[in-house]
Design a protein around this ligand. Sequence first.
Ligand SMILES: Cc1cc2nc3c(=O)[nH]c(=O)nc-3n(C[C@H](O)[C@H](O)[C@H](O)COP(=O)(O)OP(=O)(O)OC[C@H]3O[C@@H](n4cnc5c(N)ncnc54)[C@H](O)[C@@H]3O)c2cc1C
Length: 478
Amino acid sequence: MGIKTKEEYIESIASLNPTVYMFGEKVTNVVDNPRLRAGIEATGATYEIAHMDEYKDLAVTQSPLINEPVNRFTLPPGSIEDLVARVKLNRALGNYVGTCHQRCTGLDCLSTLSIVTYNIDQKYGTNYYNNFIEFLKYMQKNDLVGNAGVTDVKGDRSKGPSDQEDKDMYLRVVEKRDDGIVVRGAKVHQTGSLSSHEIIVLPTRAMRKGDEDYAIAFAIPSDSPGLIHVVGRSSLDKRELEGCDIGNVRYSKYCPTLIFNDVFVPWERVFMCGEVEFAAEMVVRFSAFHRQSHGGCKSGKIDVMIGTALTLMEYNGTSKAGHLKQKVIDMIHRAETLYGCCLAASYEGKRQPSGAYYIDTVLANASKIHEGRELPESIRLMVDICGGFVADLPSDKDLENPDIGPLLKKYLKAVPDVPVENRVRMYRLAEKLAMESADTISDIHGGGSPEAHRITILRETDLEKKKKAAQRLAGIDG
Ligand SMILES: Cc1cc2nc3c(=O)[nH]c(=O)nc-3n(C[C@H](O)[C@H](O)[C@H](O)COP(=O)(O)OP(=O)(O)OC[C@H]3O[C@@H](n4cnc5c(N)ncnc54)[C@H](O)[C@@H]3O)c2cc1C
């Protein structure tokens, strides 16, 4: 099959038949719905750049598994170079789409499974690694997108999966059959689930004895019977449906709630089933990969915010203002520090028993903490530079209104040689970059809440080594 073009990708998504609800109504044509299409276009960019001279060396690589060139988003890292390329590709894409391209989570799942299924098999003599490898070949040969079905609804947070009053608060096996399992539950905040061909499910937390039915990993097509995508609201979403005041005129992001209403999974697509002690390894490795992916693409998004700020400085006549230049510098160093931390996590990566490569967990989690704090700060700096129209620019419909439009165009103009329409477009983009809740809130909760990053850092850091270094300098031996 080889590397798909963007058009082939969109055709392949159009050929699926998922069950979808949005704003109280059933959606039968996903690719022609403007809200969903803007998200599908963002994922489509991962196909588009694989055919562009500027990016193809980064986006296309050789798969040792199928001996063919593949899109990098289907290749679990097999070297330090692969780990580094992940970050560079995510930054390039974050810059290209200015929002979430929605394809990193699938790769993060594949990367996790390429390590953990092997480890489970080593302990239990199971066949999960083989199942995974067959699935991976299918993903690579057909150049497919995977969605990460990790976050359960979780019910009462003070209780574990099997202690919940309603036993479906974490996705679980409700029936085991000769040919497979039947699962029930719901996964939430499912970024790009309708832009994906496959839903890859991993456990959301560590599990203990008694949680066996919840310790599951598998992959199923995104249009499987019983699977229901309920598209979540996001700020500015109605504008995409109306086709007016959109901001980012090419791309967007949406995150459905995904209900598994007794869904069948064949055994050959099961990658873990009951091995409770490996749930923690699954989620820790996935989270580390995903937190690092975030840093790559979000440094690319800051690049877009910097471009927006600089353009509006030109349009507003403030390019020479020293304090605004300082603020641009403050944005640049935040993007570069985030990028540097993600790159470091790759360079410090290590080979795992399966042969796949894994990043440095502490650096990956440090990068996500940095992102959670510094993305909002970068937005604040961009808004400061751009001015108040990020908040309340009149609608394009008013600008086009014959009564009020000419007056608005007169009063919304700044520097004489910049068309007022361009200034309006840049403000709309700034608004989208600052206010698109589906993207900006992922800076904080995407890949796990900040406390999860901190706990991982504490657990994975060699604290004894640090104590010994201090004690040696103080002359305390032993
Ligand atoms: C825009 C966006 C996109 C996302 N995309 C995906 C995706 O594609 N796939 C996916 O699987 N997930 C996705 N996520 C989900 C994300 O991983 C979760 O939002 C995150 O793990 C937090 O879970 P939660 O939202 O249920 O919040 P909660 O778990 O309820 O956390 C809320 C707060 O309570 C604290 N807390 C919760 N439980 C406890 C406890 N027992 N003890 C102490 N403190 C506690 C947390 O630390 C946090 O501060 C996405 C999230 C967002 C916002």
